[in-house]
Design a protein around this ligand. Sequence first.
Ligand code: NAI
Length: 210
Amino acid sequence: MDKKKNISMAVIKRLPKYHRYLMDLMKNDVDRISSKELSEKIGFTASQIRQDLNCFGDFGQQGYGYNVGELYGQICNILGLTKTYKTVIIGAGNIGQAIANYTRFEKIGFRLEAIFDINPKLIGIRIRDIEIRDIDYLDDYLKESSIDIGVICVPNNNAQKVCDILVKNKVKGIWNFAPVDLVTPEGIKIENVHLSDSLLTLTCLLNDID
Ligand code: NAI
């Protein structure tokens, strides 16, 4: 898996799409596929697919194509989906609750351990059997539990503060929904999700100048 260190971000960003399509093929009992057929389904060129997959080893066989199950297993491996990730959500408002309620994340290994909020009206409420805790106890909680991923779903102005507590307590990855550029020390992995960027891309496309 050392090879992974030199893989470009562009390839990494394409992997979830491979994962999704391969999972569908498996569900439909397809056990092998050529890069050309995969290309028609997935929308990347066949040479792009070969190039991407070659980054991780020799998967395909000339004249045979890819073994779907094997390739799926390798992609899961590369994506780190063979482990479980202990996760906490900070901010139990609209987005925090939507994520907490989305059970499919659990199926790919994200184990929601706790939810925190600052609002006394929310503290004590249960979402899928997980009680919303008082943010004042986040620091203590993290000291005692080794959490892998912190999901930040608080307003902009509180996001950095929350992030600092997560980082101080050695949370390794941050999934940030607040529209703010968080400052973190080197080594902390951050993935920002900005739904509004995607929406603005759509509005731009709708207003394409011809
Ligand atoms: P919301 O107002 O419904 O929920 C925010 C929650 O955070 C509230 O329950 C509040 O009590 C809690 N909170 C505030 N300060 C806190 C702190 N210091 N510690 C713990 N909890 C705290 O907001 P919503 O709609 O869920 O949005 C959450 C964040 O996501 C906001 O930053 C918003 O701007 C952002 N957002 C991001 C989108 C995206 O595409 N990533 C789309 C929409 C919103």
